[in-house]
Write a new protein. Structure first.
Length: 254
């Protein structure tokens, strides 16, 4: 089984990219973030025609998440039962015995801001829900855009980003506490080339200069981590015309 995550930054704009990527990379499960579509506008027919079932939770202009699967989707849950939130950031489903959560973590905007406090509170509630899900599901994965670079090696310029949003101590601690429930960063299970990132700003030729952050992650339960034989970042879609500022991350489960 191959599972992947991709913040598409508007599915309306990026639908051709999505279909092109799936044709070349027929993963079994794909979690999408920032679909930015109300549910009545979601391109179900096009995704079904590509060979995928899909469940989604969206809103106009902002946020929105979806899970695409070549296998049946069961036990779908939208949003965190422990956190009332009008923003559509979470959706879960079970695929072939694996519990999948697709997450779009709040950006946080700036350290010390109201949105930063929202991000940390949101993470606290996520940890409660994930802990419960892990007690139920031995085979578990939570994929998505976490808006956090876990370590300095996940940042193109650690000194520049020190203490800033995505790299602040409290954000990193929140992610470590989530992983402390028994989750493993699939990407770090393997030796990886240096300077591997999943997001690059549109400005200042950041992608061309590889001035990026690794903020899109696949976290696996201990049992599922034992079945993981590879995890890679696919930079190719970031080279396409009018790309998302993120690119896919893929894990192979045997």
């Amino acid at each position: 089984m191959k599972i992947a995550t991709w913040n598409v930054n508007s599915l309306k704009v990026r639908l051709p990219h999505l279909l092109q990527w799936l044709a070349a990379n027929p993963v079994d499960v794909l979690c999408l973030q920032e679909t930015k579509l109300t549910d009545d506008k979601f391109p179900v027919a096009e995704i079904n025609a590509a060979g995928y079932e899909v469940v989604f939770s969206g809103q106009k202009t902002y946020n929105g998440v979806a899970i695409l699967s070549r296998l049946p989707l069961a036990d779908v849950v939208r949003n965190n039962p422990y956190y009332q939130d009008e923003q559509q950031r979470l959706i879960a489903a079970t695929v072939d015995g694996v519990r999948i959560i697709c997450a779009y973590v709040p950006n946080g905007q700036a350290v010390g801001s109201d949105k930063y406090a929202y991000k940390l509170g949101w993470f606290d509630a996520l940890r409660k829900w994930v802990g419960e899900e892990l007690n139920i599901h031995e085979q578990f994965a939570i994929l998505g855009d976490y808006n956090i670079a876990p370590e300095d090696r996940d940042v193109h310029d650690p000194e520049l980003w020190a203490g800033q949003i995505h790299c602040s101590d409290l954000e990193r601690e929140a992610l470590r506490e989530l992983c402390g429930l028994g989750l493993v960063d699939a990407f770090r299970l393997f030796e990886q080339p240096e300077k591997q990132y999943s997001w690059w700003d549109y400005r200042q030729m950041a992608f061309r200069r590889n001035r990026g952050l690794r903020i899109d992650h696949i976290l696996l339960s201990q049992a599922l981590a034992k079945r993981c034989e590879a995890c890679v970042i696919d930079r190719e879609p970031r080279k396409w015309e009018q790309p998302s500022d993120h690119t896919p991350v893929i894990a192979t489960i045997v």
